[in-house]
Design a protein around this ligand. Structure first.
Ligand code: ZN
Length: 165
């Protein structure tokens, strides 16, 4: 009996994620496989689609466009704000490339400090991988039914999943 990847299955995968230039962005190599629940948005939609119907031992190589990954970059997510709006936080000085927490209409969000020009700070609230085409190499390690508790929580438990203490 071969269980296939369908909605509400807990799936354990080993994966390597590369960008268009072939640089590795993330990998489970040397770590526990990643555990996720298929069909509920734990992972990007393009990867769910690529893995649907697969069985343990399958190896999947897939290229995912930004629309099915972290979305396209949106200029509306880039804001220029006054430097004076940032409170000195201990010794931490605001520098380009750092990440800051900002209040938005949708709550607290993480922004990239894209540029500091005199008294003007450019904040980029796009996801760091927005606009990126992603290349995944995935090996399916295990597939099992999700428990009711896992479905209630919206994430997998156990190795590679969430741990509650
Ligand atoms: Zn939980």
């Amino acid at each position: 009996m071969h269980m296939t990847i369908t909605e509400n299955k807990v799936v354990l995968i080993h994966y390597t994620l590369k960008d268009n230039s072939g640089e590795t962005l993330d990998s489970s190599e040397g770590k526990d496989p990643l555990a996720y629940i298929q069909g509920i948005g734990n992972i990007i939609i393009g990867l769910e689609e690529a893995l649907a119907g697969k069985v343990v031992g399958d190896k999947v190589t897939t290229t995912i466009a930004p629309e099915k990954a972290y979305g396209v970059r949106n200029d509306a997510n880039v804001h220029v704000v006054p430097l004076s709006g940032f409170q000195a936080d201990g010794d931490e000085k605001l520098v380009e490339g750092m990440q800051v927490r900002v209040e938005t209409n949708e709550g607290v969000s993480i922004a990239d400090v894209a540029k500091i020009d005199g008294e003007e700070v450019t904040l980029d609230l796009n996801h760091p991988l927005a606009g990126e085409t992603l290349h995944f190499d995935v090996e399916i390690v295990d597939i099992r039914e999700a428990t009711k508790e896992e479905l209630d929580h919206g994430h997998a438990h156990g190795p590679g999943g969430h741990h509650h203490h």
